[in-house]
Design a protein around this ligand. Structure first.
Ligand SMILES: Cc1ncc(COP(=O)(O)O)c(C=O)c1O
Length: 379
């Protein structure tokens, strides 16, 4: 049996998304910038996709800029805030994805910009009082805080942070890579300046995403070149990716509450089963469903002398999960997120992440195998 529990790293493409992309890899292959039939046909696919995505977020289609995915969109938000909006300070946290963390560090080093980390608690919650204190300083600021942490699942109260940023006139970017397609967004109700999306986190293709940019902002390109995306992102558009992204989003929002209920039930079931089988287990980040991304469960297991072999052993048993953030998997380096919340570094951590295709039988198999593996290795 093979069980895929690494959906925060990437999700399988939905069959409907795959089907929808095929024509653009075959006959409808035109370059959207061409003025002939093929080009116009391709252009229409892109603009229809943009409109349909905007509808899901209750925003204007012109506010969607297609990118190669989450990392590029995060980079664009940070760079353009400094280069076009005149931001002089970035407030972020120590547990952001590297697409934000490393970009912010780069900008602090190479541009005249101050980098500040807001306080977080041991579950990864942002200290909103500290954020408000920081925002009182009179300096043009961008707040970049992720909506859900990809490793420990803790959710940011977007509406509260949005209100604080409004109150103190700061720009607000949220990395919504793990939540787009999983939660409903209404950008008229919760005003945000920048949002980031990656299609492969909700059963769309890899290599495509977008940056939402509030239409009031005059931003500039990160990737310079042709006039694509109204001059804001040069390069021939990823036609089949864009069509796949729009389709994945349609499917995600067709029954988003149904998906949430299904996946949250699996997560709760896994927590309960693990508690039944392991006396000494706890979970990083929030587990309260109100405050926790329902697709991610980060477990702190009892100490074992075989900790370094855990992922490998589970892989041999057919279970795909992650030891931290899978985006950096391959690099055997401690997780900056677990470090950021001062997690006990001597205990093994495993992240399990679920999708709407995950079944209860798969969770039961995974728990069964975990019990076997740990019963042989506990010290
Ligand atoms: C929170 C978060 N931001 C950004 C990214 C990067 O997205 P992409 O892989 O599309 O570049 C990831 C990927 O895992 C992520 O989890």
């Amino acid at each position: 049996m093979r069980v895929y529990l690494d959906n925060a790293a990437t999700t399988p493409i939905a069959p409907e998304v795959f089907e929808c992309m095929i024509p653009y890899l075959q006959n409808e292959f035109g370059n959207p910038s061409s003025t002939h039939f093929y080009g116009r046909q391709a252009k229409a696919v892109i603009e229809n996709s943009r409109r349909s995505i905007a509808k899901h977020l209750n925003c204007n289609p012109a506010e969607i800029i297609f990118t190669s995915g989450g990392t590029e969109a995060d980079n664009m938000a940070l760079h353009t805030s400094i280069e076009a909006l005149g931001v002089k300070r970035i407030i972020t946290s120590a547990i952001e994805h590297h697409a934000i963390g490393h970009t912010a560090e780069y900008l602090a080093k190479h541009e005249n910009v101050e980098l500040v980390h807001v306080k977080i608690d041991s579950k990864g919650n942002v200290d909103l009082n500290d954020l408000e204190n920081l925002l009182q300083k009179d300096i043009k600021t961008l707040v970049s805080l992720m909506h859900a942490n990809n490793e420990i699942s803790t959710l940011l109260p977007l509406d509260k942070v949005s209100a604080l940023c409004k109150k103190y006139n700061a720009y607000f970017h949220s990395d919504t890579v793990q939540t787009m397609g999983h939660y409903q967004f209404d950008l008229q109700k919760t005003p945000i300046d920048f949002l980031t999306c990656a299609a492969h986190k909700f059963h769309g293709p890899k290599g495509i995403g977008f940056l939402f940019v509030n239409k009031m902002l005059k931003v500039e390109a990160l990737i310079h070149g042709g006039a694509q995306e109204r001059g804001l992102r040069g390069g021939t558009e990823n036609l089949y990716g864009i069509a796949g992204l729009a389709k994945a989003m349609d499917l995600a929002y067709e029954d988003v509450i149904g998906h949430q209920n299904h996946v949250q039930a699996l997560k709760s079931h896994m927590i309960e089963s693990l508690h039944q089988h392991f006396d000494d287990i706890y979970f990083h980040g929030e587990t309260n469903p109100e405050k926790s991304l329902y697709t991610v469960l980060n477990c702190s297991f009892p100490k074992t002398d075989k900790a370094g072999m855990l992922l490998f052993t589970l892989d041999l048993k057919g279970i795909a999960c992650s030891g931290g953030s899978a985006c950096s998997s391959g690099a055997v380096k401690g997780s900056h997120v677990l470090e950021g919340i001062k997690a006990d570094g001597t205990r093994p951590n495993l992240r399990f992440s679920f999708s709407r295709y995950t079944t209860k039988a798969e969770i039961d198999y995974a728990v069964e195998q975990l019990v076997t593996v740990f019963s042989k290795t506990l010290v």
